[in-house]
Design a protein around this ligand. Structure first.
Ligand code: AMP
Length: 250
């Protein structure tokens, strides 16, 4: 689903993989979400349905944890430190934060060389949208049970975790950094195959419209191959990782 405001400005988007019977309900939920978004009332809502031509790759969701963070300034410092530990240079983090903290949010993600900080996506205005990912009914129920006691069982967390899991398993990806563009949602995340999905509370001030995603990759990454995987390869999360921690650490 894509909802846009005046002049085509991005309001909200959502993706999913569904079987026949779940489809109508999903379409309904997408429409409801588009029409009641905190970024404003849309001028257009486009819901596209496509039949998959290949079987989805089955993945287990990344484990979830929450880092201790008190302010956007601290979040930048934490992002720098945590990402450095994952092999992302300071200049690459700065390049990402410039995109994620810009006034106008991109529709997709920036692809950034983890060492040099160079932007690698062909369309720097749009970025690369990760698509064709979903979660099975069983995994969704299991995930909801694990997230609920932590107060994290929301569609925002579940969907971001599914997207982050798909991205983390792409060949060449080192890590991902995300700030939501939703003015009412101030928690961002860092995700990687090795560190899991690490939430960063208070990464932006409430009411702020900026946000975005940066995918850090090794210099040797086949970029067309990565873009093809992110946009086209169906991925279904069918399992939940053993550890879902409330642990708050810095
Ligand atoms: P959201 O988490 O939906 O608030 O999105 C935050 C930002 O991430 C957006 O402003 C976009 O720049 C980017 N984004 C949203 N959805 C996707 C997606 N499916 N693939 C890549 N980037 C996305």
């Amino acid at each position: 689903m894509r909802a846009a405001g005046k002049g085509g400005a991005h309001i909200s988007g959502a993706e999913g993989l569904y079987t026949g019977r779940e489809l109508l309900q999903a379409v309904n939920e997408c429409a409801e979400r588009a029409l009641a978004h905190t970024r404003g009332a849309p001028e257009s809502v486009v819901i596209t349905l496509e039949k998959l031509s290949t079987k989805p790759l089955l993945l287990k969701a990344l484990p979830v944890s929450t880092l201790k963070c008190g302010s956007p300034g601290e979040a930048d410092e934490i992002a720098g430190r945590v990402l450095l530990g994952l092999g992302v240079s300071g200049s690459a983090v700065s390049a990402a934060l410039k995109v994620l903290r810009a006034d106008e949010a991109m529709r997709g993600a920036a692809i950034i060389d983890a060492k040099t900080g160079k932007r690698l996506e062909p369309d720097r205005h749009r970025g690369v949208r990760t698509s064709r990912m979903g979660i099975s009914k069983g995994a969704r129920t299991a995930l909801s049970k694990r997230l609920a006691p932590l107060g994290l069982n929301t569609s925002t967390v579940r969907e971001a975790l599914v997207l982050a899991t798909k991205v983390a398993f792409a060949r060449g990806v080192v890590a991902e950094l995300c700030i939501s563009d939703d003015p009412g949602y101030t928690t961002g995340y860092i995700a990687s195959k090795s560190s899991g999905y690490q939430r960063i509370p208070r990464i932006k001030h409430r009411g702020s419209l900026h946000g975005g995603r940066a995918v850090f990759v090794k210099g040797s990454t086949n970029i067309p191959g990565l873009i093809d995987y992110l946009q086209e390869r169906p991925v279904m999360v069918t399992g939940v990782s053993g550890v879902i921690r409330k642990v708050v650490k810095s």
